[in-house]
Design a protein around this ligand. Structure first.
Ligand code: HEC
Ligand code: HEC
Ligand code: HEC
Ligand code: HEC
Ligand code: HEC
Length: 379
């Protein structure tokens, strides 16, 4: 009896493993050969001729996708990590081992992995490297139809299309665990932005076209694509997506402060999108003579998710694409020693203080101030 039960359990869990694995397979990329005339998959080789583009990319979140301290900190707390490598080190040549299936011994997921002969540790540290967007069938895809001077094969392609970004910025499966929608859902959100009349594609905002420059050292002038990748760590860029209108702050009765504003989503997706650690906070506070905090109220635009247990931890208050939301906050019973009241709108990059400290980040590193206004109280 026991033998049969164990047998049934083994077959059932193996079946479940294959089903879960089926959602992640096939891998994003087939094994890749270096392109003729380049001889390597590494950005270090592209740099020899595309120095400026390389240096922009090197300062981007994509170049950090593997050695990003937040990623490394989160990895250390994950029971299984094979799924993370899929997007953060997307090429097969970037992974020390390959996973070919899963055993589900509920609640544990045991990957069936073996060493990868083609592993290149230096390439692993490049994260989302040049060839993951540019190389297909040994050709470099790009905007030009006259790149005859290139030492490598080239092909004209519409790389600004959302498909270039979609394989990593959207989880394929609709439902997993007890989540209402995928944790990474940016492309679906972008389609909603387009339906509401939005015009830009991902790369138009995040990798804009700039003044003409040579695409390769010594080449002729071409429209230039900024590879720095503007994103949430850049305050000026974030301020284009977190727009505050009609801000009012009044103390209209001796002990009552009221603030109201319209928060506009200026991004091409929900605000915030993807990473559930980020949130926008609207904060009304009463302050004493030395700026000490005496009373406060806050509203958060966020989607708190337990990423390990795959469930929502509260209501999703992120702004829909194009949404304009009127928000009001009130402090009644202002303390007698409150000399000013302040309204502040901030963008928070990371809520989990412990993980952030482990990654060497803290305090001001993790908050962009978008707008702040104060009003004094009549003595
Ligand atoms: C489907 C592709 C995909 C998978 C699988 C994936 N990630 Fe990510 N990850 C992303 C994308 C895209 C972002 C950027 C999202 C954003 O900035 O909001 C990101 C951002 C992050 C960040 C934030 C980095 C920062 O500097 O803000 C961390 C940490 C992270 N991922 C950890 C993980 C871990 C751990 C796993 C495995 C459990 C994982 N990711 C699996 C695509 C993926
Ligand atoms: C030995 C020099 C050299 C190396 C190495 C090199 N390239 Fe190029 N590449 C060029 C030149 C020259 C051009 C043509 C520029 C022009 O026409 O203005 C070019 C063009 C391109 C284009 C535009 C293609 C098009 O049709 O629009 C892309 C994309 C590209 N390279 C990517 C890469 C990547 C990625 C690497 C590294 C894997 C790399 N290149 C390595 C010299 C090089
Ligand atoms: C091969 C997978 C992959 C592709 C393709 C890809 N991304 Fe990413 N992207 C990631 C990962 C992984 C991260 C998280 C990096 C990190 O850990 O900081 C990320 C982060 C980002 C960020 C946040 C950067 C930051 O400063 O934190 C933006 C913005 C972004 N990607 C935009 C794009 C756009 C636009 C495209 C298409 C032109 C694109 N990505 C294509 C995997 C990818
Ligand atoms: C996240 C995807 C992504 C990554 C990673 C990436 N590129 Fe690009 N690249 C693009 C997009 C999108 C364009 C613009 C194509 C267009 O306008 O049609 C582009 C354009 C180019 C061009 C054409 C010239 C120009 O300025 O438009 C060259 C050359 C190029 N990239 C080389 C590189 C090199 C070298 C690396 C690595 C150091 C790299 N790219 C990394 C997406 C990427
Ligand atoms: C209209 C311009 C615009 C378009 C189009 C756009 N974005 Fe963004 N995106 C922004 C702005 C502004 C921010 C900074 C505010 C923020 O971090 O939410 C941002 C933030 C992000 C982030 C960080 C997540 C977050 O909310 O903190 C990722 C990842 C990202 N975008 C990816 C994409 C991808 C992938 C696409 C296409 C499917 C895309 N974006 C289309 C403007 C745009």
């Amino acid at each position: 009896m026991v033998g049969v039960a164990v047998g049934v359990l083994v077959v059932a869990t193996a079946g479940l493993g294959a089903w879960v694995y089926g959602d992640f397979a096939p891998a994003l990329y087939e094994p890749m050969e270096p392109a003729a005339g380049v001889g390597s998959l590494s950005a270090q080789q592209c740099r020899v001729c595309h120095a400026e583009i390389h240096d922009e990319w090197a300062s981007s979140g994509h170049a950090r996708a593997f050695d990003d301290p937040l990623y490394q900190a989160e990895l250390r707390h994950q029971p299984t990590t094979f799924v993370c490598h899929r997007c953060h080190t997307p090429l097969r040549e970037q992974r020390p081992s390959e996973t070919h299936g899963l055993w589900m011994a509920w609640p544990a997921i045991i990957p069936l992995s073996w060493p990868n002969d083609g592993f290149d540790p230096a390439l692993q540290r490049e994260g989302v490297t040049c060839v993951s967007c540019h190389q297909v069938d040994g050709h470099m895809l790009g905007p030009f139809d006259d790149a005859a001077g290139a030492p490598h094969p080239t092909r004209k392609a519409e790389l600004r299309a959302v498909e270039t970004c979609a394989r990593c910025h959207q989880f394929g499966f609709e439902r997993i665990g007890r989540l209402d929608r995928p944790i990474i859902d940016t492309v679906t959100e972008w389609h909603e932005y387009r339906e509401r009349g939005g015009r830009e594609r991902c790369a138009d905002c995040h990798m804009p076209t700039e003044d003409a420059r040579p695409a390769a050292n010594g080449g002729r002038l071409r429209p230039h694509t900024n590879h720095r990748l503007f994103g949430p760590f850049d305050r000026e860029f974030v301020a284009k997506g977190v727009i505050v209108e009609d801000l009012e702050l009044v103390i209209d009765e001796p002990n009552v402060a009221r603030a109201s504003l319209v928060l506009v989503n200026g991004t091409g997706h929900r605000l915030p999108s993807a990473e559930p650690e980020r949130y926008v906070r609207v904060h009304l506070s009463a302050r004493g003579a030395d700026d000490e905090l005496l009373a406060e109220r806050e509203l958060r635009m966020e989607r708190p998710v337990d990423v390990a247990r795959l469930r929502e931890l509260g209501p999703d208050t992120t702004l829909a694409p194009g949404e304009r939301r009127r928000l009001t906050l009130e402090l009644t019973d202002l303390p007698p020693d409150a000399s000013t009241v302040r309204i502040a709108v901030d963008f928070h990059l990371w809520r989990n203080g412990e993980l952030a400290r482990e990654a060497g980040l803290d305090g001001d590193d993790l908050v962009h101030s978008i707008v702040q206004r104060s009003a004094s109280r009549a003595p």
